[in-house]
Design a protein around this ligand. Structure first.
Ligand code: ADP
Ligand code: MG
Length: 257
């Protein structure tokens, strides 16, 4: 039975998609069977895996609005063990169309339920908002991974993020947990990055992954080739960091079992 995890932070540009693509790729390389569900109308995860988001047959939109099964919408990526439900800008319309539906918050959860047996992990890449798409993701998952950028204002918006988690826990998904916080785009040369790490660790107490993702230009370049960092530059610091994160992630799970 898959563990279902949302990569969540309503701020844009904090490293959600980069973490989703590369953590998934590293877990797939470790032999885990992964499904990534792109629930961001920007479709950056979709193009990040080299899929042309403008020529999709089926997408997350069809799952949410047209009752199409997750299995039907799933496509292969170039990476062994890694599968994708793609999305594109069409999904922006789902946010409005869903409001008319009776099960508007639970559409994704109900769809994912049917294929949970088929994977080890299912990752959902959230859009940078707290709208109905994000609520669908939070209602569907066991836990959230929260990427936080090591920049000024890193903790801005975090209390809103925590309030949303609390609200979803209370009303839709009582078992929702924080899997861990990923510090991203760390620059060891700046005091600011070091300070942010301290602050985030203080705020989230034991919930921060030990592995910190450095700012690494190879991570920023890889998506324009439609490649994960393991394919683009497996020896880069970015690749090393995401491999280490994947190992830490799995070892945390084993501690629980
Ligand atoms: P989000 O999905 O939260 O909006 P992204 O993962 O798309 O954030 O990251 C925002 C931008 O920063 C992208 O251009 C991405 O390539 C770049 N980026 C993300 N993580 C890193 C990193 N560790 N080092 C350098 N650039 C990064
Ligand atoms: Mg993104």
């Amino acid at each position: 039975m898959a563990k279902v995890i949302a990569i969540f932070n309503q701020k844009g540009g904090v490293g959600k998609t980069t973490t989703n693509v590369n953590l998934s790729a590293c877990l797939a390389e470790l032999g885990k069977k992964i499904l990534v569900v792109d629930i961001d109308p920007q479709g950056n995860t979709t193009s990040g895996f080299g899929i042309d988001k403008n020529s999709l047959e089926l997408s997350t939109y069809d799952i949410l609005i047209n009752n199409v099964g997750v299995d039907e919408s799933t496509i292969n990526t170039n990476i062994k063990n890694l599968f994708l439900v793609p999305s594109n800008v069409e999904l922006a319309g789902a946010e409005i169309e869903l409001t008319k539906s009776e099960h508007r918050e639970l559409a994704l959860k109900n769809a994912i339920k049917k294929i949970k047996e088929d994977y080890d992990f299912i990752f959902i890449d959230c859009p940078p908002s707290l709208g109905l798409l994000t609520i669908n993701a939070l209602a569907a998952v066991d836990s959230v991974v929260i990427p936080i950028q090591c920049e000024y204002y890193a903790l801005e918006g975090v209390s809103q993020l925590m309030d949303t988690i609390k609200l979803v826990k209370k009303n839709l998904n009582p078992k929702l947990e924080i899997e861990g916080v990923v510090l991203s785009m760390f620059d060891g040369r700046t005091n600011l990055s070091i300070q942010v790490v301290e602050e985030v660790k203080k705020y989230f107490k034991g919930k921060v992954f030990t592995t910190i993702i450095p700012r690494n230009v190879r991570l920023a370049e890889a998506p324009s080739y439609g490649l994960s960092i393991l394919e683009y530059d497996p020896k880069s610091r970015g690749a090393e960091a995401y491999k280490e994160l994947a190992e830490e992630f799995i070892s945390n799970m084993e501690d629980v079992i």
